[in-house]
Design a binder for this molecule. Structure first.
Ligand code: FAD
Length: 592
């Protein structure tokens, strides 16, 4: 095997990952010899691993065990089925046991639950949920793709009929029945993560009045505070009753089958149904009982080969805690990573020399016409890790302003002092996905901010601008690396007027509409003539609408000997946070 150019991992311990039988030394392909691969879980991770493995190995015996009724269903589509965007339930069923049997010769056993892993015997104990029969099934290699389960907090009344969690088709069927029975009714969504936001959007789409309750001071934890503020304001403008820093202390039965929600603040809400979307936890019970190592984030720990602490067992998808692209371990319970990890595990079993290069955490969510997306680390993660970093925020149009339909996109970039990209976030109504995919690719390939400035991206008026927002992000970040000083909204809110002057360089009409209290005003076009009005003993913080005119003002002032900083993201970001803060309970106050 050492001489095989397709298989560079010839060690004894690796031999189990190598084929399903013996490698054909000439072609690097597995030959007949039929080892048995058992896969637990039949959705994104399990079904992908099974089908990829079959494409690599005609001779393996592949058994897929799924305790539910369906396999390979589109979990990510469930909220949109509720909202009526996906009209037919059947559209969510991407494969069925029969289609996998016929096309891939996979032995699919739905309603079969794995109860135990007997590692010494290399067997799993399985219950046929239809017949009640319990049997043992041997394996040469076991793939755990058991996913994650919604957390159901121990709130009194959380088990009432109209309090739902969402993970599966039967879950959405139950929610659909309750929503259909309450046309124009009220829904409470508890939790402002991806699933909570998608459910809020789709319940609203069905015509329900939605209250979104979130314990933290922001929704979408991967976003930084000001990026989340853009989402908060949008939710409120679109009729969602957003309650931040609020928790449900009890659910109680109300009139005519409705629910009463008691909140920590003392408020009482009435609702026809409630969705609990307060998080998920990896389904590690089987693995933990079998003594497999778990990671610090609670998932089944795997190495770069997606192998658990038992070399005969791999784990993929939401159950797995994988190496992080930027070091440490990562738990990224999303469909893309699940699918890639599954394919890679099958590749390894099929004898291909691949390794998992780590999860970076890239996500996107649609919220009532707005899109929020992110990749890599956010401000909190970078601070927790004690890493030095810079951040910039820009707002640019999705395509040239003169072509109809242009919408602003706000982009935020975190980067290291050597320019390496560490993380990015974006919020906007159009074109967010494409910018985030470029940034996620750049991060994965180890790019720097100057690489972003250099990217040659496609342009025609309907799609972008000659300077794409990603290029502009690179220019602005490059300016910071070369010494331009930026301050953020926090620094402006907490600035010391004795040592700083706030200078608004926008036009008078813009200033009439809004301004930052305490700022002085010199429109950019008058700045060169009015330099004598500015103090030389204090730092000047310039601001404009989004940061561009602020940058021009900064260049003028710096070259005239002033100490200057530009407000990152301009008034747009500052005002978004200020607006958001108005809704924060004044009794609680706001922490910066
Ligand atoms: P799962 O899909 O959870 O599948 C695990 C399967 O294992 C389950 O069917 C379960 O029944 C089975 N199982 C567990 N234990 C056993 C056992 N002991 N015996 C037999 N079978 C067992 N991700 C995105 O990237 N984008 C999105 O837009 C997105 N939207 C989502 C919306 C919703 C409402 C939800 C719930 C999730 C969403 N996700 C999204 C997450 C995505 O669905 C998951 O990351 C993905 O399904 C994980 O795949 P998996 O195979 O690891 O686990």
């Amino acid at each position: 095997m050492n001489g095989n150019r397709f298989w560079p991992f010839p060690s004894e311990s690796d031999s189990v990952l190598c084929p399903v039988g013996v490698l054909d030394r000439d072609r690097g392909l597995p030959t007949a010899g039929g080892r048995r691969i058992v896969i637990v879980g039949g959705v994104a991770g399990g079904a992908t691993a099974a089908t990829r493995l079959r494409r690599l190995d005609e001779y393996a015996e592949i058994i897929l065990l799924e305790r539910g009724d369906t396999i390979s269903h589109a979990t990510c589509g469930l909220p949109y089925y509720l909202g009526g965007v996906i009209e037919r339930r059947e559209s969510l069923l991407l494969q069925n046991p029969d289609s996998l049997r016929r096309r891939y010769r996979i032995d699919v056993r739905v309603r079969h639950e794995v109860l135990r892993i007997l590692r010494d015997a290399r067997e799993v104990e399985v219950r046929n949920l239809q017949s009640g029969e319990i049997y043992h099934l041997g394996y040469d290699h076991l793939i755990l793709a058991t996913g994650a389960a919604p957390v159901r907090p121990s709130i009194p009344g959380a088990d009432l009929d109209r309090v739902f969690t969402l993970r599966s088709l039967p879950d959405i069927d139950r929610i659909m029945r309750a929503a259909t029975a309450s046309p124009g009714g009220r829904a409470a969504v508890v939790g402002g993560g991806f699933i909570g936001l998608e459910m809020a959007e789709n319940l609203a789409r069905r015509g329900l009045q939605v209250t979104l309750i979130e314990a933290a001071d922001q929704v979408l934890p991967p976003l930084d505070r000001e990026m989340a503020a853009l989402v908060h304001n949008h939710l409120r403008q679109n009729g969602i009753d957003l309650r931040l820093r609020e928790t449900v202390t009890a659910f109680e039965p109300g009139d005519k089958g409705s629910l009463v929600l008691c909140l920590r603040s003392g408020a009482i809400l009435s609702a026809d149904l409630a969705i609990l979307a307060v998080g998920i936890r990896p389904e590690v019970q089987l693995a933990a009982e079998a003594g497999l190592a778990l990671g610090p984030r609670g998932g089944v720990l795997v190495d770069e080969n997606l192998r658990t602490s038992d070399p005969h067992i791999s784990a993929v998808g939401d159950v797995a805690e994988v190496p992080g692209l930027q070091g440490g371990t990562a738990w990224v319970p999303l469909a893309g990573p699940a699918s890639r990890q599954a394919r890679l595990t099958a590749d390894r079993l099929g004898g291909l020399p691949v390794r998992y290069r780590g999860a970076q955490g890239t996500g996107i969510v649609q919220i009532l016409g707005l899109t929020a997306a992110f990749t890599g680390r956010n401000e909190a993660a970078l601070r927790n890790q004690g890493l030095p970093f810079h951040s910039v925020i820009i707002t640019a149009n999705s395509h040239v302003g003169y072509y109809p339909g242009a919408c602003p996109i706000t982009l935020k970039l975190h980067f290291a002092p050597d320019g390496k990209i560490l993380g990015a976030q974006a919020v906007g109504a159009d074109g967010v996905d494409k910018r985030m995919d470029v940034l996620a690719t750049a991060l994965r390939l180890g790019a720097t901010v100057d690489d972003l400035a250099d990217l040659e991206l496609c342009y025609a008026p309907p799609y972008s601008s000659p300077k794409d927002p990603v290029n502009i992000l690179g220019y602005v970040a490059g300016n910071v690396l070369r010494g331009e000083r930026m301050v953020d909204w926090r620094q402006v809110m907490s600035r010391d007027p004795a040592s700083t002057v706030l200078l608004d360089v926008r036009e008078e009409s813009e200033r009439q509409a809004d301004r930052i209290e305490g700022s002085i005003h010199i429109p950019l076009n008058q700045l060169r003539e009015r330099l004598s009005e500015l103090p030389r003993d204090r730092e000047i913080i310039v601001y404009c609408a989004v940061g561009l005119r602020g940058h021009i003002a900064l260049r003028i002032l710096e070259q005239n000997g002033f100490r200057v900083a530009n407000l990152s993201g301009g008034l747009r970001i500052y005002a978004a946070v200020r607006e958001d803060m108005k809704h924060t309970d004044p009794a609680v106050g706001y922490c910066m």
